[in-house]
Design a protein around this ligand. Structure first.
Ligand code: SF4
Ligand code: SF4
Length: 132
């Protein structure tokens, strides 16, 4: 499962070719469409504010992907069990693999070679908002 995609868009502007790169990943929306439409309540905001999910509750209906404005959640069907389940980024807060609660930045931030991603210092940071 790919949780982050860099979309490459080639466009023309005033006769010149422009290249645009767009990071397509979960935005962890505060007013999250995926959370609102999930019929089984599998999707939820965790205590840190990230949009997480309980895979056991997921029915694989795909509504979250249909309603997400960024088309992030992807539902795949297991070829052996026949069961469909949704997957998406949970900003490295998976129980047992929770980098953020352990005081680390998410893996994408840690590994970004140019430092284009930041975590924890922005004006819209959930952690800052929670700590006041
Ligand atoms: S899956 Fe889409 S709607 Fe849900 S929090 Fe992420 S970006 Fe927002
Ligand atoms: S695919 Fe799963 S997580 Fe998404 S809306 Fe359906 S039940 Fe909820």
């Amino acid at each position: 499962m790919t949780w982050i995609k860099i979309r490459f868009i080639e466009t023309q502007r005033q006769g010149n070719v422009s290249w645009l790169f767009n990071r397509q990943a979960c935005m962890h929306c505060t007013d999250a469409a995926c959370v609102k439409v999930c019929p089984t309540k599998a999707l939820y905001h965790n205590e840190l504010g990230m949009v997480s999910y309980d895979k056991e509750l997921c029915s694989g209906c795909g509504y979250c992907g249909d309603f997400c404005p960024f088309k992030v959640p992807r539902t795949t069907r297991n070829s052996i069990t026949g069961m469909a389940k949704m997957d998406k980024c949970v900003m490295c807060t998976t129980p047992g693999l929770d980098r953020v609660s352990a005081g680390n930045s998410p893996a994408c931030v840690k590994t970004c070679p140019t430092g284009a991603l930041s975590f924890g210092n922005g004006p819209y940071c959930w952690l800052r908002a929670k700590s006041g």
